[in-house]
Design a protein around this ligand. Structure first.
Ligand code: AMP
Ligand code: FE
Ligand code: FE
Ligand code: ZN
Length: 280
């Protein structure tokens, strides 16, 4: 049996309603599923209600983008419930930062001669946390680029002409707020902070020092051998290994829920380790 501990709904930059995420997991007979929308918890009540209906264990959470000495890190904050709390109280400010940053990106694109408006981006995104994938989707729809990945490569990725940064929490601060909110902090897709495979050991040691409890080792982009190697490396630094597809629906068209690019199978043990890591 397998689990999927990293998915996004249309409450942030996925394309499916939260209920559909749960349905897809249930159809695959996964042992558990987590909804990890960026900087927002609004999808959790609907996803949980559906999970109770269909009888699949559900993990609430959110994915944060945080500062790390070598750049930016995505941090998965598991077991964060909607409502007040140390981390929860920071999310609105992070979404406000997104809104201001998105406006600057649209202005930068306009400055490059591209016909795009903030209203078009808002219409693409709907309610919730709006991000660069929504801007990318508008660029695809208008024929400016062929794919969402192409929009990042040409305009939106860090270092490209329409990239604009937004305010972030520090990694250790985010890990602390997560723990104080009853959650478990996990580094998402660690290659984005660790660089090449030689860098993983040094990075994993620093993760543990920053108060991070787990590392996403079973990730769609890693070959099966690398997933295993990362999982044993995580254990060496006292971190749990987790995993997930990073499913975004049509915003990442080559990733499927549960199976990623086809060969992902996140062990149930990852879910059990995550449960055991919860602060008491
Ligand atoms: P934002 O949250 O607005 O900063 O946008 C970051 C999100 O864009 C990530 O969570 C991914 O879902 C997506 N993303 C980042 N880089 C790329 C890329 N190169 N191609 C496609 N999607 C990307
Ligand atoms: Fe995303
Ligand atoms: Fe991410
Ligand atoms: Zn993600």
């Amino acid at each position: 049996m397998a689990v999927d501990l990293h998915t996004h709904s249309r409450v942030s930059d996925g394309s499916d309603p939260p209920e559909r995420i749960v349905d897809l997991a249930a159809e695959l007979r996964l042992k558990a599923v987590a909804l990890m929308d960026h900087d927002i918890l609004d999808g959790i009540p609907a996803a949980r209600a559906r999970a109770e209906e269909v009888g699949i264990p559900f993990v609430p959470g959110t994915e944060l983008s945080v500062e790390w000495p070598t750049g930016r890190m995505h941090m998965l904050a598991y077991f964060i419930e909607p409502g007040p709390g140390p981390l929860q109280d920071r999310l609105q400010g992070l979404r406000d930062g997104r809104r201001a940053r998105n406006r600057l990106i649209v202005e930068a694109l306009q400055g490059l001669g591209i016909d795009i408006t903030g209203e078009e981006v808002a219409a693409e995104a709907g309610e919730g946390a709006i991000g660069r994938p929504h801007i990318a989707a508008v660029l695809v729809r208008k024929g400016v680029v062929a794919t969402i990945a192409g929009a990042f490569d040409r305009y939106l990725a860090d270092g490209r002409p329409a990239y604009r940064p937004r305010p972030r929490l520090g990694a250790a601060e985010a890990a602390r707020l997560t723990g104080e909110s009853g959650g478990v902090a996990v580094v998402a897709h660690p290659h984005t902070v660790a660089g090449d495979s030689e860098g993983f050991a040094a990075a994993f040691e620093q993760f543990a020092d920053a108060g991070i409890a787990g590392i996403e080792c079973h990730y769609s982009e890693y070959a099966p051998e690398l997933r295993q190697r990362l999982a044993s490396l995580a254990g060496r630094y006292g971190c749990i290994a987790t995993g997930g597809s990073d499913y975004h629906g049509t915003y990442k068209p080559d990733l499927r829920l549960g199976t990623g690019r086809g060969d992902l199978a996140v062990p149930d043990a990852c879910y059990e380790a995550l449960l055991a890591a919860r602060p008491r």
